[in-house]
Design a protein around this ligand. Structure first.
Ligand SMILES: NC(=O)c1ccc[n+]([C@@H]2O[C@H](COP(=O)([O-])OP(=O)(O)OC[C@H]3O[C@@H](n4cnc5c(N)ncnc54)[C@H](O)[C@@H]3O)[C@@H](O)[C@H]2O)c1
Length: 253
């Protein structure tokens, strides 16, 4: 029976990249995403690759929907080994105008959703002796542009939740880590109706010491490492995957 990876927001963007990469490494994958059209497209692609894959229309902020997703995944695919908390939204607005409801919604999807999915998945993992959780945070959990309070706060919360859960779940055999992506190009990883061919200027590329913008594959590789046996002594950590953008010092001349 293949190992099973649950991926939130797995229908498009980075989550889709993670799903394809886990499937190509032999995992069965279960995707939770509210976008039905995107979910069905991705499931078709996964099945064409020969992967065992399921999709459910789920808002990760909805506790009962999350519980149903994890339960059905365990019933249909037989086990729960890995959870990637990837679903995320942003609502950037001038700070003086940011509505409390918009702040709350970002926190509900990004932070509450990570908590709810982790709790349900950890219950299932603990019944089989353990597993691994990877939370997709952001370099914006560590530094900011103006008017990004809701998103930055949610991602900072995910980093704190990561080390707290690592301590609580260690005795259950569950490791918990975060990946903080920098600038990852996802325009070509959207559903067919929205997909675009991306292009980047030299200036875009040169903001990164590695000389390019990131791809979903970069994040998927980090997730595969943190979910797999080669990272067995790593828990509670945040792996920044940003091509070096956040260590580059900027002097204005
Ligand atoms: N792309 C980047 O440059 C970048 C950088 C840093 C962090 N991230 C993080 O990576 C993750 C994925 O980002 P992306 O760029 O691929 O975004 P995206 O918008 O391309 O894809 C996000 C997916 O999540 C789904 N989603 C939205 N709300 C949801 C909900 N309530 N429940 C379940 N799924 C939901 C969407 O339908 C979509 O399929 C997010 O957590 C984001 O904050 C992205």
């Amino acid at each position: 029976m293949p190992q099973v990876a649950l991926i939130t927001g797995g229908a498009q963007g980075i989550g889709k990249g993670i799903a394809m990469n886990f499937a190509s490494q032999g995992y069965a994958v279960s995707l939770a995403d509210p976008d039905k059209e995107a979910g069905f497209e991705t499931i078709k692609q996964l099945r064409r690759m020969g992967a065992q894959a399921m999709f459910m229309c789920v808002d990760v902020a909805d506790a009962s929907a999350v519980a149903r997703w994890v339960k059905l995944t365990e019933e249909d695919l037989g086990r729960v080994d890995v959870l990637i908390n990837n679903a995320g939204i942003a609502h950037n607005a001038p700070f003086l105008e940011l509505a409390a409801e918009d702040f709350d919604r970002v926190l509900a999807v990004n932070l509450r959703g990570t908590f709810l999915c982790s709790q349900e998945a950890a219950r299932a993992m603990s019944r089989r002796g353990g597993g691994a959780i990877v939370n997709i945070a952001s370099t914006r959990g560590l530094m900011s542009e103006a008017h990004t309070e809701a998103y930055s706060a949610s991602k900072g919360g995910i980093l704190a939740l990561t080390h707290a859960m690592a301590v609580s779940l260690g005795p259950l055999g569950i490791r918990v880590n975060a990946v903080s992506p920098g600038w990852i190009e996802v325009r070509d990883w959207q559903k067919a109706a929205n997909a675009e061919v991306p292009s980047h200027s030299e200036r875009d590329k040169l903001q990164h010491p590695v000389g390019r913008v990131g791809k979903p594959q970069d994040i998927a590789d980090a997730c595969l490492y943190l979910a797999g046996p080669k990272s067995g002594f790593i828990t509670g950590q945040n792996l920044v995957v940003d091509g070096g953008m956040t260590v580059k010092m900027i002097y204005e001349d």
